[in-house]
Design a protein around this ligand. Structure first.
Ligand SMILES: [Zn+2]
Length: 108
C-alpha cells in the first residue's frame, strides 16, 4: 500500500484511520452519465506536532481536492464553456450526457 503525505506538514503516512467512498462524475458513456465510486483512505498524520490529525488520500491524476468531477470531465466542460458559454453550452453538454446548469458553463 502506498503512502500519502499530510497536506499540512508533508509527513508521509500509511496508517489508515478509515475508508471513505468518494463519488466522482466522469465523461458519459453512450450518452449516459457516469459516476464512479472510489474507496479512498483517511490516513493518520504520524507527526505528533501536526494539528492535522487525519487527512484524506488524494488522487491528483484523477481529480483535484474537493472536486466532484474528474479532471477530464472538468476540462471538457471548460472547453465547451469557452466555445459556447451559457445555455448553448449547457444544451450541448446535456446532449452528450453531461448535466450542468447554464450558470456552470458561464463560470470561469
Ligand atoms: Zn501532518
Amino acid at each position: 500500500m502506498t503512502s500519502a503525505s499530510c497536506p499540512r506538514c508533508g509527513t508521509e503516512s500509511r496508517r489508515v484511520h478509515a475508508w471513505h467512498l468518494r463519488r466522482l462524475a466522469d465523461l458519459p458513456v453512450g450518452g449516459r452519465p457516469v459516476v464512479m465510486g472510489l474507496r479512498v483512505r483517511r490516513l493518520l498524520c504520524t507527526d505528533v506536532q501536526c494539528p492535522q490529525r487525519t487527512f484524506r488520500e488524494q488522487i491528483p491524476a484523477l481529480a483535484s481536492r474537493y472536486a466532484r468531477r474528474t479532471l477530464r470531465l472538468a476540462a471538457t466542460i471548460e472547453q465547451v464553456a469557452v466555445a459556447l458559454a451559457g445555455r448553448a453550452g449547457a444544451a450541448l453538454l446535456a446532449t452528450l450526457g453531461v448535466s450542468v446548469s447554464g450558470r456552470v458553463c458561464c463560470a470561469r
